[in-house]
Design a protein around this ligand. Sequence first.
Ligand code: NAP
Length: 260
Amino acid sequence: MDLGIKGRWAIVEAASKGLGKGSAAALAAEGVNLVLNARGKETLEETADKIRADNPEIQVLTLAGDITQIEIREALIKMSPQIDILVTNAGGPAPGNFRTDTRERWLSALEAQLLGHADMITKVVDQMVARNFGRIVNITSASVKMPVENLGLSTAARMALTGFASTISRELIQHNVVINNLLPGPFETDRLTGNMRFAADRAGEAYEDVYAARVGKNPAKRFGTPEEFGAVCAFLCSNHVGFMTAQNVLMDGGAFPGNI
Ligand code: NAP
């Protein structure tokens, strides 16, 4: 299927690794020009070089910096020749226990998973409206639908982003600007392996045992791949979703134990 977005421009945040990288690669394969961000310059450049090599017809710009900083968000917007697509993403906060979560940890989770994304969306939607095309995908988490132990901070912040996106999407869809959320369950990335190491240390168990138990619990009997995630993200950025907004698309291998 032709996604109909060849030649468009996308900002993909937190894109040097994992789900952001998978999304960037899938958009590039559709002929979308990219502005990519992550904090670490070296890995970001490696990722950008690989995408350029695989897709010589597109332009790939990069900006290293922390997406929770307003200056970085503004610089990303400034350097983008135009913004047709925005994929919001940032590293999730480290897991922790709510009893010991400090105000600082709360504020940093809110900054990373709510305030920064809401600010970026607010800053780009009017130019999307003016061109009568906009696709925004928020990478949130399956924890929005089903709580995950020790991830209360990020879940609270992501649910607030979901509510914000849902509210403003009703005003924007008449201009062919839509916002959807993509909810990853377990995908094999540094984030997932880091969380499993935390869980293993906490329980005094071997990492390999925690890994095998997690895989075994998922109905798919495996974790998802960033490539699978990227393909769905690219579809949610496509020309075909103009009548679809404020949806929460869950990719979790069937782990959510509900019918709808
Ligand atoms: P990952 O493999 O650890 O990759 C995270 C990417 O984000 C890296 O490129 C990292 O590069 C960048 N990044 C992190 N913090 C950033 C910041 N403040 N500013 C700019 N870039 C930043 O993580 P992932 O698995 O792709 O996860 C992406 C998001 O999905 C996270 O919010 C995570 O909590 C969520 N999620 C993941 C899973 C899963 O199973 N993988 C499940 C549910 C939810 P630098 O470190 O160089 O900045």
